[in-house]
Design a protein around this ligand. Structure first.
Ligand SMILES: [Zn+2]
Length: 269
């Protein structure tokens, strides 16, 4: 079957393929977000239960379904397995579906699949370890440069967009750190904003991306306080908000700009 035949399959079947592809990548992310902070091998080492160290078989490695059928427990030692594993797998898979729906089948789609995988790995590690490894920022930066190359972004709007990213990242970091004497916003979020500017490519969509991330952050904050049991000391989940805003802006740029234009009461290109 060649690419043309593949794309002529019914849309439901195409999305089922993309969903399955995303679940496989999601399963890789759950393993990577455990191993990257421990600097362990990502490919050769066999997966095992982190509690009883029993090697995982095929039945333990089916994304989402393994967790559901084992009722969220290890099949061997019955220690509970966090719900974040199926959540990560679903987040990657649904992100893939949104990207495929907006960009179709292309090199750009594959690059965005890798970008989304990298972003979810970053968020998952950030939630567990409060820190994002530099190797993931380097990967995201390379993917961003690839995106600029593939989309043939106009140099001047792109430079203005990067300048907005640099300016806003530094400004928000400095204002939270110095004025409020709080570390609710850290270097990781600043790097994420700056590298994301490579994907936004125009100043209007960059501003929309930041505004949308702020709104999502404010909405997510009480949920994270409730789930994380840290009460008022829970920092604002800004990397999560930036990642959600990233997906929305990348897959729905026109609608996001329309909304921003309505809010500013003037049409935006
Ligand atoms: Zn176990």
């Amino acid at each position: 079957m060649n690419t043309t035949d593949f794309l002529q399959l019914p849309p439901e079947l195409l999305f089922a393929f993309v969903l399955l592809f995303g679940l496989i990548f999601g399963s890789f992310v759950t393993m990577a977000c455990h191993r990257i902070p421990l600097k362990q091998d990502l490919i050769c080492k066999r997966s095992h239960c982190t509690a009883c160290h029993h090697p995982l078989g095929v039945l333990d490695l089916i994304p989402v379904f393994s967790w559901v059928f084992s009722l969220g427990k290890c099949r061997h030692c019955k220690v509970p397995i966090s719900f974040r594993y199926p959540l990560i797998e679903l987040s990657v898979a649904l992100g893939f579906c949104f990207i495929f729906a907006s960009h179709g089948f292309s090199f750009l789609t594959l690059l965005l699949f890798l970008t989304w995988t990298c972003l979810i790995t970053m968020v998952a590690i950030d939630i567990c370890h409060d820190h994002i490894p530099k190797s993931l920022f380097a990967t995201l930066l390379l993917l961003g440069l690839g995106y600029v190359f593939l989309t043939k972004a106009e140099p001047i709007p792109l430079l203005i967009t990067i300048a907005i990213g640099l300016g806003m990242g530094t400004y928000i970091y400095a204002s939270v750190r110095i004025i409020k004497k709080s570390n609710a916003f850290d270097y990781d979020d600043m790097y994420l904003i700056i590298i994301s500017s490579l994907f936004m490519t125009t100043p209007a969509i960059m501003i929309a991306f930041l505004l949308l991330a702020s709104v999502i952050g404010v909405v997510l904050w009480p949920i994270f306080r409730f789930v994380g049991h840290h009460g008022t000391s829970t920092p604002m989940p800004f990397s999560e908000a930036l990642t959600a805003s990233f997906l929305i802006c990348i897959t729905n740029a026109d609608n996001v700009l329309k909304l921003l234009g309505m809010w500013m009461e003037q049409p935006l290109a």
